[in-house]
Design a protein around this ligand. Structure first.
Ligand SMILES: [Fe+2]
Length: 342
């Protein structure tokens, strides 16, 4: 029973490492520790091609010490290179070697015990588990590929958007640092922060569906024109709804014009009903407009911006988001960053 519990826990941990993937090196370190712990190995070496480049990553765990190397084939030892070339597992009494193969060899693992031998059952587990690690690495590769494609799509789309609707583009390069810091301070996960970054680039995408004359109009809008403009969050969602990787971005975009007091659009949501990403984006969008200025609006000083954000606390904006953001704005590193943008 104990034995099966151990196998189950190994596979479960691998699944958790894969689904919570954030960085490739952290993932490989997690897998190396899993080998060490599950097989009582004294040394574990994991080598893997470092995609999307044809470089390598090597994780070595010995006497609880971890060393990570990234680079060309020269970072691998002779044995490790031969693991990649031979394409077959090597099962000895105190050394187990398995190449990760998925149409081609993408890496391998080598575990070692100095004295005690691996039992036959452990050897079987090792092979079964290493096959799953190969699948997990492939899943992560596909995930990284998809994310790269999505990011390229978003960047080219938002570049086009900035030309078509110059008044509504956010200064992404300058703002991304603030978004990451604020998201982290508000307890968002890495995945949620990434969705927020995508939403920042795409929140006004729906405006490409609106007449250009309306978007460039300098005089006050009529009631009917306001109704048309207010359709842009929904139109933006329709543009991205078929892209699986952008699913978590949809609610952020749909509700980025809601107000904390419930007087926004399109759904008149209030307070915590509004997705956290949208509440953050609302503050960032307003900050961007005040800090960088808009064709119809002068730039404002940080003191004036602070006063304005405080005024809208609890009305347009979530007070908690405003408070955290104002605290971040006082940090020296952020001041320096903002000065470099001016
Ligand atoms: Fe908008």
């Amino acid at each position: 029973m104990q034995r099966y519990r151990k196998i189950f826990s190994m596979f479960h941990t691998l699944y958790r490492l894969t689904t919570s993937f954030n960085r490739f090196d952290t993932f490989l370190v997690g897998v190396a520790r899993l080998y060490e712990h599950s097989f009582g190995a004294e040394a574990v070496v994991l080598v893997c091609k470092w995609f999307p480049y044809s470089k390598f990553m090597r994780i070595k765990l010995k006497n609880k010490q971890i060393t990570t190397k990234k680079g060309g084939i020269s970072i691998l030892t002779k044995i490790e290179r031969s693991i990649l070339e031979e394409d077959r597992e090597i099962i000895l009494n105190n050394r187990l070697i398995f190449p990760f193969i998925f149409s081609e060899t993408i890496g391998g693992v080598y575990i070692k015990r100095r004295k005690a031998h691996f039992s036959d059952v452990e050897k079987k587990w090792f092979i079964a588990f290493s096959e799953q690690v190969s699948v997990a690495i492939k899943v992560i590769e596909l995930f990284i590929e998809e994310n790269r494609m999505v990011l390229n799509y978003i960047k080219s789309f938002s570049g086009f958007l900035a030309e078509y609707v110059p008044t509504s583009s956010i200064h992404y390069k300058g703002m991304v640092k603030l978004i990451r810091v604020l998201g982290k301070e508000l307890g968002l996960s890495q995945k949620e922060i990434r969705s927020l970054e995508y939403a920042t680039l795409l929140h006004d995408a729906g405006k490409v569906e609106l007449p250009e004359t309306l978007l460039r109009k300098q005089t006050p809008l009529t009631e009917d024109e306001v109704k048309v403009i207010r359709k842009h969050p929904l139109k933006g969602v329709q543009l991205i709804k078929d892209l699986g990787a952008l699913k978590p971005v949809i609610p952020i975009i749909l509700h980025h014009h809601e107000r904390y007091d419930g007087k926004g659009y399109p759904s008149r949501l209030k307070k915590q009903q509004i997705p956290m990403g949208s509440r953050i984006l609302a503050v960032m969008d307003a900050f961007d407009a005040m800090f960088f200025g808009r064709p119809y609006k002068e730039k404002m000083s940080l003191d004036d911006i602070e006063r304005e954000l405080r005024k809208q606390k609890g009305e347009q904006f979530d007070p908690k988001v405003v408070d955290k953001f104002l605290r971040i704005l006082r940090k020296n590193s952020i001041r320096k960053h903002l000065n470099s943008l001016e």
